[in-house]
Design a protein around this ligand. Structure first.
Ligand code: PEP
Ligand code: MN
Length: 262
């Protein structure tokens, strides 16, 4: 609850970057790590835009078992290499308990995906490590359930938890999910944890992503998780919701104006 830390939790990284507090943290990159060229190209324009974190999935939770499942360990090695080369912090999804130890040396933030928000055994184990976590809201989870899932991590002693609204399933079909912007002020009031928005999964269509990213920041969100790709039309996952490099650069300029106004 908010009363635990009325001033709000600030997650601090060894390089001085923080999430929570006054700054808007941007975590951007492709849905999946696909190759050395792809992740280095993505990292360069992500950094040029001013983001501090590079995202990229190595283990992918795909709806179909026949879709690309991620590069696994080879993807983690590429992420660490590009993180060290650029100074960007690395965030990548952990899908099961056995991957926690494997991923420890390669990532700066563990992402727990929407499908695992109520994998309580995984959450308990994540509570035992001392590395920041981004916990995404489940596809059909209430905000109360999101906060209770966060408790599984906090109660293990890992207090570096960031929450993420990534859209929920509703009856609406024009968008992939319905981005619940209201979750941001609701979580802000109830919880001391930082709350980020993921407009990419939130709407699933790149032409609507910038508007929802701007809305997240205007609503007081602590940051954004966004999918970008050097060549979205060739992406192996989530290309339709991934921003082109030029779109990302323009959006980052717009976000700076909004962040300074709120
Ligand atoms: C992702 O970030 O690529 C992802 C799979 O997100 P979610 O768990 O929100 O679907
Ligand atoms: Mn994705």
């Amino acid at each position: 609850g908010r009363s635990f830390r009325p001033e709000g939790t600030i997650v601090r990284f060894p390089n001085g970057v923080t999430v929570g507090g006054n700054e808007v943290a941007v975590m951007a990159g492709p849905c999946s790590v696909e190759s050395r060229e792809q992740i280095f190209a993505a990292a360069h324009f992500v950094k040029a835009g001013g983001a501090k974190f590079l995202r990229g999935g190595a283990f992918k939770p795909r709806s179909s078992p026949y879709s690309f499942q991620g590069m696994g360990l080879a993807g983690l090695e590429l992420l660490r290499e590009v993180g060290d080369a650029t100074g960007l912090l690395i965030i990548s999804e952990v899908m099961e308990i056995s991957q926690i130890e494997l991923m420890m040396p390669y990532v700066d933030v563990f992402q727990v995906g929407a499908r695992n928000m109520q994998n309580f055994n995984l959450l308990r184990e994540i509570g035992q490590v001392r590395k920041p976590v981004l916990l995404k809201r489940g596809i059909a989870a209430t905000i109360e359930e999101l906060l209770l899932s966060a408790e599984y991590i906090l109660s293990g002693g890992n207090y570096d938890v960031m929450l993420c609204e990534r859209g929920i399933r509703t009856f609406e079909t024009y968008t992939r999910n319905t981005m619940d912007i209201s979750a941001i002020p609701v979580v802000k009031k109830l919880s001391h944890l930082p709350i980020l928005g993921d407009p990419s999964h939130g709407v699933g269509l790149r032409d609507k992503v910038p508007a929802m990213a701007r809305a997240t920041v205007a609503a007081g969100g602590d940051g954004l998780l966004m999918e970008v790709h050097p060549n979205p039309d060739k992406a192996l996952s989530d290309g339709a919701q991934s921003l082109f490099p030029e779109q990302f650069a323009k959006l980052m300029d717009e976000l700076r104006v909004i962040a300074s106004a709120v």
